[in-house]
Ligand binder design. Structure first.
Ligand code: IMP
Length: 181
């Protein structure tokens, strides 16, 4: 298995991710089977989770992409969220499912959610693979569906990066602190 030196340990294995994605897919299928939902991928970190998740949802759906970033380079969120929607993403009247890789301070999803609600979707739910509840800055904010709640570690892999690296690891690993301290 490909395991770069900078990875301290594996936090969530490929197998655990696979099982969880299947389970989340079943729940989402049940909820959205008659709604032709619009699944939105928050680039870039959730691209891996997104592509696995939509294939686990067994009902008609559409997809689109938005871009949101709060981290520049480094491991501590700058507090400012940049958020872009392509001009062609129409969410008015749609049942929207925002798919995120990780919920940390929640500044990103708080901004994304508020912006989207202005366009009046029929409904809007948030799915995240990982959640670090102890890091929350936007108090009380939570996702509608969460894969794994994790401790406060900086993690990479399965789409998540450190300075654009490690997105291609098939598991979620803890980055050695000496890499970023
Ligand atoms: P939030 O706005 O603080 O909730 O941050 C969410 C974004 O920060 C995620 O979409 C990730 O891009 C990034 N992020 C937060 N924690 C981690 C981590 O442990 N590893 C990699 N990226 C992270």
């Amino acid at each position: 298995m490909y395991r770069p030196n900078e990875i301290e340990s594996i936090l969530v294995s490929e197998e655990e991710i696979r099982e969880k994605v299947k389970e989340m897919g079943r729940v989402l299928t049940e909820e959205y089977k008659d709604k032709n939902p619009l699944f939105l991928c928050v680039l870039k970190g959730s691209v891996t989770f997104f592509s696995d998740l939509i294939r686990a949802v067994e009902c008609p759906l559409e997809i689109d992409f938005i871009r949101a970033s709060s981290y520049g380079s480094g491991t501590v969120s700058g507090g400012k969220v940049n958020f872009t929607v392509g001009g062609h993403v129409h969410i008015e009247g749609r049942d929207v499912v925002v798919v995120e890789d990780i919920l940390d301070t929640a500044r990103t999803l708080y901004t994304v959610k508020n912006e989207m609600l202005r366009s009046e979707p029929a409904s809007l739910k948030i799915v995240t693979l990982l959640d670090k509840p102890s890091r929350r800055v936007v108090k009380g904010f939570s996702a509608d569906y969460t894969g794994f709640a994790i401790e406060d570690h900086f993690v990479v892999g399965y789409g998540l990066d450190y300075n654009e690296r490690f997105r291609n690891l098939p598991y979620v690993g803890i980055l050695k602190p000496e890499v970023y301290t």
